[in-house]
Design a protein around this ligand. Structure first.
Ligand code: TYD
Length: 174
């Protein structure tokens, strides 16, 4: 039986598009053995933003913010703020959405993206090299951290997210 090829969703976020570093991000992706099988510039609607960042993320977001040094008493209340900022941010300007395909696509893209908080992300990663924003600073300023890319966290998340951003006929098996 032929194995399904693994796929992942990548978004180059609005501030990275504004900074003219789309090419830099794509270069790093093409330097891996993953293939770009779908790509478009698009602006997310509020509906898409809420589906991409669903309410089920709230508690984990709040906890992760606190783990990274942001002082907040209640993770759920903090998570509610973060998810609101995320939805505002992802709809604030065009993003470049991509589907990558290849062996271990999800894990490989997470590896080259680096850790969520750019000031802690490993050198050599997209977030580590192309941003020095910090979760603590961003949360204090009432905004989401500018960390260049979104990359799906698991195979199940990837499938869910790809279906949100792309129609099947926009994806090219290569
Ligand atoms: P998350 O899914 O935890 O990270 P990742 O993108 O590495 O999978 O969080 C989603 C996004 O939320 C993340 O890319 C940056 C943003 N974020 C904040 O702005 N502030 C925060 O305190 C946290 C935890 C995340």
């Amino acid at each position: 039986m032929k194995m399904e090829k693994e796929r992942t969703l990548v978004l180059i976020k609005p501030d990275a598009v504004k900074r003219n570093i789309i090419g830099e991000v794509i270069k790093r992706i093409e330097d891996t053995d993953l293939k770009i099988v779908a790509m478009k510039m698009t602006k997310a609607s509020e509906e898409l933003a809420a589906q991409h960042y669903p309410d089920s993320m709230i508690k984990a977001l709040g906890e992760k913010g606190i783990e990274n040094g942001y002082e907040a008493a209640d993770p759920v209340e903090q998570g509610k703020k973060i998810i609101q900022w995320l939805r505002e941010y992802i709809t604030s300007g065009p993003v470049v959405a991509m589907v990558l395909q290849g062996e271990n696509a999800v894990k490989k893209m997470r590896q080259i993206s680096g850790y969520t908080d750019p000031c802690k992300a490993e050198p050599g990663t997209i977030r580590g090299d192309l941003s020095n924003d910090s979760i603590v600073v961003a949360n204090k300023e009432g905004r989401t951290v500018h960390n260049i890319v979104h990359a799906s966290e698991s195979i199940e998340e990837a499938e869910r997210e790809i279906a949100l951003w792309f129609k099947p006929e926009e994806i090219y098996d290569r």
